[in-house]
Design a protein around this ligand. Structure first.
Ligand code: FES
Ligand SMILES: [Fe+2]
Length: 285
């Protein structure tokens, strides 16, 4: 996958944040944003290399992991539009809630993006995303253009990440709340068959978890709406012609009939309750 030159480049990269580095770089500007999430979700998101081409499809076409560890990750990234690649790493200082992503090959080589996350109160944090270039741009109009481009891109990236981080926190809270509920599952109404949109997905909350009811080959089916990888929303996953769904967060695939994870990358889907039809109404039993 990597050329010899690329391997050498990777081998020369440090696996820890060097705070002195910025003195040699040109500071272009920054983007500051408050996010209604806790620090645990934010740091988890920084480590999560796998979501890039799925959650941020307009910025990344593919990702091939080169290495990862508690220090962060290094990967080869495919850019949208075909053909262009970047080598990129994201080095994390966990204790300071600080991370640096650096393009070290391909378009934008030498660009470093330093992010400081700070806990505010409640479940709110602030990120200060600081853009550094290897050299100052030729003039102010180029500098403004690049800064606007990066600011717009990071606004979109954080909009997208917010969906993932809040969705995951809500799924974790939901799982925790269910832990204290008494076991046992009465029938749960899905809806009137005549009123259920056959092209839609229907999310059903039960004591046993969240399930998704939808049509497949002229029948109603039910499967877990929670991805066993990191609790992604499988009710938002499209069903393909083979009866498989792809999780929108990291692209893990599942066969809805058997619940099996294709490629054995994570556990299979949680077992779904029975779906029954009674007097024109659909229930999970
Ligand atoms: S949450 Fe990661 S693939 Fe579903
Ligand atoms: Fe992200």
């Amino acid at each position: 996958m990597l050329t010899e030159t690329e391997k050498d480049l990777c081998a020369s990269r440090p696996n820890s944040v060097s705070y002195d580095r910025v003195a040699d770089l040109h500071f272009l500007g920054n983007y500051v944003r408050r996010l209604p999430v806790n620090m645990a979700r934010m740091m988890e998101n920084a480590h999560d290399w796998e979501h890039l081409p799925y959650v941020h499809a307009s910025s990344f076409a593919s990702i091939d992991l080169i290495s990862k560890g508690p220090w962060g990750w290094r990967a080869k990234i495919g850019l949208p539009g075909g053909g262009d690649y970047q080598l990129l790493d994201l080095i994390i200082d966990e204790t300071r809630h600080y991370w640096v992503s650096t393009v070290f090959s391909g378009m934008g080589t030498g660009t470093e993006i330093h992010t400081q996350a700070t806990e505010l109160y409640g479940d709110e944090i602030e990120v200060d995303v600081r853009f550094y270039l290897p050299e100052a741009p030729a003039d102010k109009s180029v500098a403004d253009f690049v800064l606007n481009y990066l600011t717009d891109q990071y606004r979109v990236l954080y909009d997208e990440d917010l969906g993932l981080m809040s969705g995951r926190q809500s799924a974790l809270d939901d799982r925790m709340a269910r832990r204290d509920e008494p076991p046992g599952l009465a029938s749960v109404l899905v809806g009137d068959v005549s009123e259920l949109d056959p092209l839609g997905t229907h999310l059903v909350e039960t004591q046993a978890g969240r399930f998704c009811v939808r049509r497949w080959r002229d029948e109603w089916i039910v499967h877990s709406a929670i991805c066993p990888h990191m609790l992604g929303p499988l009710n938002e996953a499209k069903l393909d012609e083979h009866g498989n769904i792809t999780c929108p967060w990291h692209g893990y695939r599942f066969d809805v009939a058997t619940g099996q994870n294709i490629g054995a990358k994570c556990n299979d889907l949680a077992q779904a309750p029975r779906l029954i039809e009674r007097n024109g109404k659909l229930y999970l039993d």
